[in-house]
Design a protein around this ligand. Structure first.
Ligand code: A3P
Length: 288
């Protein structure tokens, strides 16, 4: 199934038809979670793969074997992707599951469960820049003629996977009030002090690691190690789907790369939108 040009619109949000069908999206909404599941939730380009790698290593007590032999989308499948049903069935407990779906769509399936949710977020300016570059190499995403055109769609929330603002607010503010099992981890805190991020995640999961196991996580989650690891860098995906002559999945891995892309005018527009759209959001952001 290639469906590179297909767009699925589901509950008002567009998704690439290469990865999603109406059926797979609907099945995600009705997914029978197990209490032992660990669910990574993120808007695309927020550090999803990085968290998948960390969780794989934590569950393996720092042993890198699985993270070097099994692709991330097999060991931590996306709940809503059409190929995931059999992969999810085959996972051993505790399962690592990934999703880009907004909270309002998954709230029903999560209600009453003890799934441990890890929400990964990133400065939306860096998300936008990373996502724009990803659109150039991923042939299952629409073409934008310029960054300006992409930025307009990103700020309007008409890009695939919907509005970043709605996604972030949905998973981090009052709507998740009933969910006690949710940990919010930012890309920026992982960049600033990855060891502290490991401790934060292992404490949440109640899976403390020994010093050498933490060191192994540090080593195998570094940007340089992941850039060279075919199980996370997507270089095994055929070029007609991801064209690596147009960019790398592990592109820069930096905080604040938006400064190399946004003009003053674009930054001012972004700030205006942030202020307006996040005014009902009481979280303090540390994005630099
Ligand atoms: P850039 O395009 O800014 O480099 P996702 O996995 O959610 O799609 O996010 C991809 C982004 O996370 C890319 O950002 C990628 O380089 C970055 N990333 C992945 N692994 C990383 C790591 N170990 N350290 C820093 N950044 C990482």
């Amino acid at each position: 199934m290639s469906r590179l040009e297909v767009i699925e619109t589901f509950h008002g949000i567009t998704f690439p038809g290469h990865l999603h069908t109406q059926e797979s999206l609907q099945l995600a909404l009705e997914f029978p979670f197990h209490d032992t599941d660990i669910l990574i939730v993120s808007y695309p380009k927020s550090g999803t793969t990085w968290m998948q790698q960390l969780l794989t290593l934590i569950l393996n007590r720092g042993d890198p074997f699985e993270s070097q032999k099994v692709p991330n989308w097999v060991r931590a499948p996306w709940l809503e992707h059409h190929y995931s049903a059999t992969l999810l069935d085959a996972l051993r407990q505790p399962r690592i599951i990934t999703t880009h779906l907004p909270h309002n769509l998954l709230a029903g399936a999560l209600r009453g469960s003890n799934v441990k949710v890890i929400y990964v977020s990133r400065n939306p300016k860096d998300v936008a820049v990373s996502f724009y570059h990803f659109h150039k190499m991923a042939n299952f995403l629409p073409n934008f003629s310029s960054f300006q055109e992409f930025l307009n769609a990103f700020l309007e929330g008409t890009v695939h996977f919907g509005s970043w603002f709605d996604h972030f607010k949905g998973w981090t503010t009052g709507q998740t009030g009933a969910m006690t099992n949710l940990l919010h981890v930012t890309y920026e805190e992982m960049s600033m002090d990855f060891e502290a991020a490991i401790v934060k995640v292992t404490s949440f999961l109640q899976r403390p690691l020994a010093e050498d196991e933490v060191n192994s996580c540090l080593r195998h989650c570094s940007f340089s190690s992941m850039k060279d690891n075919k199980m996370v860098n997507y270089t095994d995906i055929p070029p007609e789907i991801m064209d690596h002559s147009k960019g790398c999945f592990m592109r820069r891995g930096k905080v604040g790369d938006w400064r190399n892309m946004l003009t003053n005018e674009q930054n001012e527009r972004f700030e205006r939108d942030l202020k307006e759209k996040m005014q009902d959001c009481s979280l303090e952001f540390v994005w630099e």
